[in-house]
Design a binder for this molecule. Structure first.
Ligand SMILES: NC(=O)c1ccc[n+]([C@@H]2O[C@H](COP(=O)([O-])OP(=O)(O)OC[C@H]3O[C@@H](n4cnc5c(N)ncnc54)[C@H](OP(=O)(O)O)[C@@H]3O)[C@@H](O)[C@H]2O)c1
Length: 395
């Protein structure tokens, strides 16, 4: 019985395969992507070629996927391809009887996935969606905070990252360039007063204090799936998601948007037709693939998350805050790819070992037990710091 990883040539998928094999101890893992050469290189770079099977598989080809699930006796699928594939992959998993996890559905797709709950419940199979750093670790931290309170009013999430080098060279983002451009071109939806509320692109500017060396950062509302689910599942009145972009990345992303790189209409050049977004994506894929073979030497880059859960405990005001921090690890790669690839690997392993077995489609805050999950993160040098502030007495 095997675990199938889709999109294993990507920035996150390759490390998810590595974690499944080296940390979770899974013996039968299949790494796949649309192009054999891409996935083979990823597996070779990570020195996993003798430990996993590689396969060319398009996540959009539902019938081939179903055939693979049956032929290879796949019990769990981890979808690390772009989120636009999520619904088709879930369909094949449901028909083939495999559990499912992914890296998130960018709000709209996530809601469509949740709508499939009854079908999955009736079939007796678990799908836990939106695993990664954010969404993923952030949802589970929100659930952990809610558990420590009697009632939750507001959950505010902020994500940021950076680099301690004095001069930051231009580089590719820590996650799909396609998603970055979605974030810079689509209005966000936040959960405000128990309802979805549309916000303008990069609205909600707020100063947020993150751990050092970031300190105070300007953070903006971004379209994400945490506000799509956490308000409903954790019974919170407000759930917001912001990113505090490092200034240099903010300028790069704004420039790419201004120059038209988010455009999906094909342009003709030299007899070929390709959209600016697809061309940029191919350049990004080449950059990521070239970088993976050489792990970072130093702890230069970091990823940081802050989750504030504000509510009441024993009728007194209380706030539970989680800071989740990880740095580059010379042994296991860059911070952003590690902290995003580890959560789906842990969850797929827990689905495979029946530790997560509730039938239906759930967001991470509904099925993942926070404390054991945080302990697993700690083993991978992704550290969760819980801080509780509460009023104790009024005079
Ligand atoms: N939850 C989180 O914290 C989080 C963080 C980062 C990213 N994400 C999301 O996760 C997804 C992947 O991100 P990433 O940074 O790993 O992107 P990426 O580096 O672009 O990797 C995606 C990989 O999927 C493969 N792929 C694309 N379409 C496919 C298909 N139809 N079938 C099979 N494989 C396919 C591509 O490889 P081939 O060309 O070889 O097929 C590509 O290498 C994105 O949607 C992103 O938004 C979530």
């Amino acid at each position: 019985m095997s675990i199938l990883v889709l999109g294993a040539s990507g920035q996150i998928g390759g490390f998810a395969v590595q974690d499944l094999v080296e940390m979770c101890g899974e013996k039968d893992v299949i790494a796949s992507s649309r192009r054999m050469s891409h996935v083979k290189k990823a597996v070779d770079d990570l020195k996993l070629s003798k430990k996993v099977k590689v396969m060319e598989l398009d996540a959009n080809d539902s019938s081939k996927l179903l055939e693979t699930i049956k032929r290879e006796k796949v019990e769990s699928v981890v979808n690390c391809a772009w989120y636009q594939t999520n619904l088709g992959v879930m369909d094949a998993c449901l028909k083939g009887g495999a559990t499912y996890t992914d890296l998130g559905g960018f709000f709209d797709t996530c809601l469509k996935q949740i709508e499939l709950h009854k079908k999955w419940k009736d079939a007796g199979i678990n799908a836990t969606i939106g695993l990664g750093s954010t969404p993923g670790m952030t949802n589970i931290a929100g659930a952990a905070g809610a558990k420590k309170l009697d009632s939750v009013d507001t959950i505010d999430i902020t994500c940021s990252w950076g680099n301690t080098l004095p001069v930051k060279e231009a580089g590719w983002p820590g996650y799909s360039i396609r998603t970055v451009l979605d974030e810079f071109t689509q209005e966000s939806v936040q959960w405000i007063n128990g309802k979805y509320a549309k916000q303008k692109i990069l609205g909600g500017e707020t100063d947020v204090t993150m751990p050092e060396p970031i300190g105070k950062v300007k953070a903006y509302f971004i379209k994400h799936s945490e506000p799509a689910t956490m308000g409903k599942y954790l019974n919170a009145k407000n759930v917001t998601f912001r990113i505090g972009f490092p200034a240099s990345d903010m300028n790069t992303f704004l420039t790419l948007r201004a120059l038209g790189f988010a455009d999906t209409n094909p342009l003709e050049s030299g007899g070929a037709k390709i959209s600016p977004l697809d061309y940029l994506t191919s350049m990004y894929q080449r950059g990521i693939s070239e970088g993976r073979a050489a792990p970072p030497n130093e702890k230069i880059e970091y990823d940081m998350f802050r989750i504030d859960c504000v509510g009441k405990k024993d009728n007194m005001a209380a706030t539970v805050t989680y800071f989740i921090v990880t740095w580059n690890d010379p042994e296991r790669g860059v911070s952003s790819a590690r902290d995003t690839s580890v959560p789906p690997a842990i969850v797929a392993h827990w689905q495979h070992t029946k530790r997560i077995k509730e039938a239906g489609v759930f967001p991470a805050e509904a099925t993942v037990d926070p404390e054991p999950f945080f302990k697993e993160l700690g083993k991978r040098k992704i550290y969760v710091d819980e801080q509780i502030t509460r009023s104790t007495k009024f005079y």
